[in-house]
Design a protein. Sequence first.
Length: 256
Amino acid sequence: MKTRIDLNSDMGEGFGHWIIGDGVDEQLMPLITSANIATGFHAGDPNIMHKMVMLAKQHKVGIGAHPGFHDLVGFGRRHITASAEELCNDIVYQLGALREFTRLVGAPLQHVKPHGALYMHAYRDEALSRAFVQAIHTIEPSLIVFCMPGSSTYRVCQEIGQPVVREFYGDRDYDKTGAIVLVRHMNALDPDAVADKVLRACMDGVVQTIDGEEIAVDFDSICIHSDTPGALALIQTTRKKLEANGIRITHVTELI
């Protein structure tokens, strides 16, 4: 059973006047402990990044870069075929953009977490994971990498000695391999069902897959996406249920 857990969400996933999801980032920020801020390729722009960094600093939320495939039209959920070197350079480019905004406001950059299809590509692809983690280790050895347990990214982080946090996804389904099922469009979810799923994962260390099987899960942080319809209710209900069962929401730096 877990007694402490980090709660993270993707933030700033708009572009100009375009807003993805319910547009509730300002309401979500006080409820989470880690924010994954879009860095411009799948969503986000300089003004949004600056605003999100300021908001995270105000609420003492850990700031993370959330780089994705160069895919504004597809919101970073379409796979792009490119070499590990090219994709790693895209990640470094986006990381640098957000880090300058953290420096501008005097807040530390806590972590990096790839987005969407890039996240799942790194999950499976040893070459990308190795290039990505080695680059992060060279740039900033203390920067935390968020990824899934059992992923190539997680294994390389352990091998190299890069701080790493394992995630559990409250608003996504799992397959029997332990990978999340990536979808282009999310439907609204029942907040109580999501909260119960997260609570069971924390209490019993299991989750039901789309095939009806139960698999073991272990993790340090729970992710609920801000672009999922009804995200505010999902996070509010999940946080309330965890706290009611003695599980404290805390910063990830206390867990690793």
